[in-house]
Write a protein that binds this ligand. Structure first.
Ligand code: ACO
Length: 273
């Protein structure tokens, strides 16, 4: 727990929250620094199997702090601006390649720079009441800090262009339809839905999950042949950490006949450490 980031670890789920509710959880340099410290501390803890990122109060995150991240740093010169950018991008990058599965639980406002951590999380669930916006155009800049990239990665091109140029918000439901998040549910059900997803992830082979999420991100920019080659190598590398996992999965299906991979996961509790 730091003053700008709140954390609870409950039943192997790390509930990490933006914690500047009075400022609608906009990201200032202190938050960016503290968030990196918090997620790094959680990353290899044995009592953490999945990380959920949400916000305190009415916002998920109202994007970058226009005062402390932009205006005050611009006043100090280019070096201060670059340092602030590096701090923000550092924790988003850490999250994109995080060891554990990550879920954005978007409980409210999500603007601009918030699309960085939104995309960094492997999965995203929103409250129907949440509001998503590339509001940059409304105050006179382009969607930077990766936000334009996120929009075109996650949304069809015309939708992304409209979203970026018009400065209109999408509800949680519209964000799900557009591809920004996996699903939207009423705010009152959001935590239960995310908990249920976490429980499914916690029952799966953690090495296979890490290899899978990296593979999905990496192959996006590869040719088919390069992807095929990368995936062979990635699986063989994963085998060196987790030689027993897939053998146990195969054994429970073929020999024990206790589950079907097409219908669910094998019992990881029977796996040798
Ligand atoms: N940067 C700095 N301060 C902010 C930000 C922000 N991004 N968002 C909210 N705040 C501050 C407000 O200035 C206000 O501060 P004050 O209490 O000292 O006056 C406080 O947070 C509460 O904000 P309100 O506007 O009063 O809250 P309300 O619930 O009415 O509205 C909303 C919420 C819609 C999120 C509004 O605050 C807003 O439009 N914020 C800016 C959103 C935005 O465009 N962010 C930048 C995206 S672009 C980028 O990130 C690169």
């Amino acid at each position: 727990m730091t003053d700008t980031v709140a954390v609870d670890v409950i039943d192997r789920i790390a509930w990490v929250r933006f914690n500047r509710p009075d400022k609608r959880n906009c990201m200032n340099p202190t938050l960016n620094r503290q968030m990196l410290e918090v997620i790094e501390e959680l990353e290899f803890r044995p009592d953490v199997g999945v990380l959920v990122l949400s916000g305190e109060g009415s916002a998920w995150s109202a994007g970058m702090d226009l005062k402390e991240y932009f205006r005050e740093n611009e006043g100090k010169g280019l070096g201060a601006t670059r340092a602030a950018q590096r701090q923000a991008y550092a924790w988003w990058e850490r999250l994109r390649w995080y060891q554990k599965p990550t879920i954005a639980m978007v409980n409210g406002w999500c603007f601009g720079g918030g699309y960085g951590p939104l995309f960094a999380c492997d999965l995203a669930f929103a409250a129907e009441e949440a509001q998503f916006g590339l509001s940059e155009i409304n105050w006179g800049i382009l969607p930077g800090g990766g936000a334009s990239k996120v929009a075109t990665e996650l949304m069809p091109f015309r939708k992304a262009m409209y979203h970026a140029m018009m400065g209109e918000n999408l509800s949680g439901k519209e964000a799900a339809e557009a591809g920004l998040v996996n699903e939207a549910v009423p705010l009152a059900q959001l935590r239960d839905r995310v908990t249920a997803v976490c429980e499914v992830l916690l029952a799966k082979n953690p090495w296979a999950l890490k290899a899978t999420k990296d593979a999905l991100r990496r192959v996006r920019e590869m040719t088919y042949d390069n992807a095929e080659d990368y995936l062979i190598r990635a699986q063989e590398a994963a085998n060196s950490f987790d030689g027993e996992g897939r053998k146990e999965g195969t054994r429970q299906f073929l020999d024990e006949k206790s589950y079907k991979p097409g219908l669910g996961a094998y019992d990881i509790s029977k796996q040798k450490a």
